[in-house]
Design a protein around this ligand. Structure first.
Ligand SMILES: *Cc1c(COP(=O)(O)O)cnc(C)c1O
Length: 399
């Protein structure tokens, strides 16, 4: 028996190596120009990325967290306002709300999709609710039409957390173009990642874009004239140049992720009888699969922790996004939430496991991951029907 080859959770070299020359040239250009802060490559990238999202304006900032915190401020949301967000998001969504001065109001998620439960969101609305933050978790958008209905019925602002959903689509809407504004992150492992930290606010509203430009630059509308209580949070020109170079490849990288996910979905079908089910995709090819997440249910013969450990021993790296819901994080106990407040978020936090998915991950590696899980849960490998899954979906074959 040959030793299994290692499958890392992410592998940047598959993305960067084919375009290394272009990346180096882009970086050299910035060094030559010397416009390191608020330079030309940033202006160019802001325009192209906003356009790719179907929005008019983009404002680059230092991180996705800043895009949320400062973006809420630029939308006029702050002290005294309640902002609804899902309990099962990355803590940065919560940090952004806290920093804006607004009061976070958590709601539960849907068990199948892991996305915010909009019926639960409706019940959480009070006279002070100003905004809702749909988090397009794992790369799947929160249903835009229902979201827009809810927002217009209760006169709420929609502020999208699109940090995991670059170029995602659903019901004809682009991630970032549903609400008044949206926050993106360019953390290296995101679908579009920089060589360091970065973020952007995109918006259709000129006034929001203007305010955001001021806030990220010490609150100055012109030099030494401060009209907003701002800070220093700019996306570096160097990072923008890197992102601009990578952006033309993003669509095909996302398509790769989607095809890998379809293959996982097909192969995992027989494993439902063994307590392994994937998070459900309700948006088809518009899902950009920042993460591919399965649930290890209670009736699975192996528990989630043991499964993760065994896979690690086999050289297959996995992750958990996220093991503790926001409302149970020690730092935020003063918000007054408790165990059992959000049963779906809590259940998912115990069940979920993120599998390797990234552009360039080979189909045989996908098969290897599923075979390993099948054998660990006691499903005969023959039951996987690898060949049938393949022939039934010829579009699955990666280049
Ligand atoms: C990554 C992420 C953020 C924060 O972005 P940073 O660039 O790391 O600050 C916010 N929300 C979600 C859902 C994320 O995944």
């Amino acid at each position: 028996m040959s030793l299994p080859s290692t499958i890392p959770f992410v592998d940047f070299s598959l993305q960067h190596q084919p375009i290394q020359d272009q990346l180096e040239r882009a970086i050299q250009d910035v060094i030559q120009k010397g416009d390191y802060v608020l330079g030309q490559a940033l202006l160019d990238f802001e325009q192209t990325f906003a356009q790719a999202c179907g929005t008019a304006y983009g404002v680059g900032v230092a991180s996705g967290t800043d895009a949320i915190a400062l973006g809420l401020q630029a939308c006029g949301i702050g002290l005294g306002d309640e902002v609804i967000l899902p309990a099962n998001t990355f803590v940065a969504t919560l940090i952004g709300v806290m920093r804006s001065g607004a009061t976070p109001v958590f709601v539960d998620c849907d068990l199948q999709t892991a996305l915010i439960d909009l019926a639960a969101a409706e019940k959480a609305i009070t006279a002070r609710t100003r905004a809702i933050i749909p988090v397009h978790l794992y790369g799947q958008m929160v249903a835009p039409n229902r979201l827009l209905d809810l927002a217009s019925t209760y006169d709420l602002l929609i502020f999208e957390d699109a940090a995991q959903a670059h170029l995602a689509e659903r019901e004809g809407y682009h991630a970032g173009a549903v609400g008044i504004a949206a926050a993106f992150s360019f953390y290296p492992s995101k679908n579009l990642g920089a060589f360091g930290d970065g973020g952007m606010l995109v918006t259709q509203e000129e006034i929001v874009a203007q305010t955001m430009r001021s806030i990220r630059n010490y609150g100055a509308t012109r030099k030494y004239f401060h009209t907003d209580q701002g800070t220093n949070s700019r996306l570096d020109t160097l990072q923008a140049a890197v992102l601009q170079t990578k952006l033309p490849h993003l669509r095909s990288w996302n398509a790769d992720r989607n095809r890998i996910a379809q293959r996982y979905d097909a192969l995992f079908q027989p494993l439902a009888d063994y307590g392994i089910i994937p998070i459900v995709n309700l948006s088809g090819e518009g899902h950009v699969y920042h993460l591919y997440v399965i649930r290890v249910l209670e009736d699975c013969p192996i528990d989630r922790t043991a499964l993760q450990e065994e896979l690690n021993t086999l050289g297959i790296q996995t992750g958990i996004h996220y093991p503790i819901p926001c409302h149970l994080q020690p730092a935020f106990q003063q918000l007054g939430y408790a165990v059992e407040d959000f049963p779906h978020a809590e259940t998912l936090s115990q069940e979920i496991l993120s599998l390797p998915i990234y552009p360039g991950l080979h189909e045989s590696q996908v098969d290897q991951v599923v075979s390993a899980i099948a054998s660990l849960v006691g499903c005969p490998i023959g039951g996987l029907k690898l060949d049938q899954a393949l022939s039934a979906q010829p579009s699955l074959v990666l280049g």
